[in-house]
Ligand binder design. Sequence first.
Ligand code: AMP
Ligand code: MN
Ligand code: MN
Ligand code: MN
Length: 282
Amino acid sequence: MTTASALRYDLHCHSTASDGMLSPADVVARARAKGVTTLALTDHDGLSGLSEAADAAKSLGLDFINGTEISVEWNDHSVHVVGLNIDPSHSEIVAGLDGIRLGRATRAERIAAELEKVGFEGILARTMTYVGNPELVSRAHFARALVEMGACREVKQVFDRYLTPGKPGFVPHPWPSLESALGWIRGAGGVAVIAHPGRYRMSNKQLGQLFEAFRALGGEAIEVASGSHTPEQVAHFGRQARHYAFMGSQGSDFHAPGESYVDLGGSQPLPEGVVPVWHAWQ
Ligand code: AMP
Ligand code: MN
Ligand code: MN
Ligand code: MN
């Protein structure tokens, strides 16, 4: 029998349906091998990996949660909102995410044009060799192609030198509003979660304003334990979750073996006293 302490949750990860490097079924198999008992697949701006992952989870005996990670714009910051336990057939979220992916195609061409200007000839074609879902070209795909072309040794350095605001390959993009994303997630019966709050370049004051705005729109949780958070950040956002009466989520943000901060199931646990987000659907 599985005891409560043997349960391991990973509620944030990516497959080839967005910018991960494993197929949805392979993500599930790897999660199981790492001891994950409840997994949410949260590909960027789309739902196309969910049915394959759900089937794999069923055959391997994992609990599976339908999810997505929506790119939004809030006060000139780009913010990610994870939707958990959504109905992937709900028409509004399906249409909303379709719209984001349409915008990504033009953005990819513009990013490529900027990178061509600084000498990376043929960057779009190189990038496309890394893309699993042609509707979802991400900066992560550009980063992998730039590493291959010798721009930097590692994907992380490529972001610092080329793909972030103020750098030659960064193109500002009009993502949907926080309000739209919350409407889609809640309309689909899901719980909205601010992804990796420790990663935004915001002051504590701005982050507090984001949390207030998010809560006013029906947001219910923040990612306290993210693979990209330090232990200090996990403790800090645990206190923030309690202060704002948010539930806490935990997830690896796994993209690929050897590339991500931690592997599947590898985020820290939630600190004492934080209400786990899975209480919302259990
Ligand atoms: P996009 O949604 O196309 O803007 O791409 C964002 C994706 O790039 C994120 O989901 C991560 O996978 C990746 N990413 C963003 N910043 C970094 C970074 N500093 N280091 C490594 N990967 C990053
Ligand atoms: Mn990503
Ligand atoms: Mn993210
Ligand atoms: Mn992510």
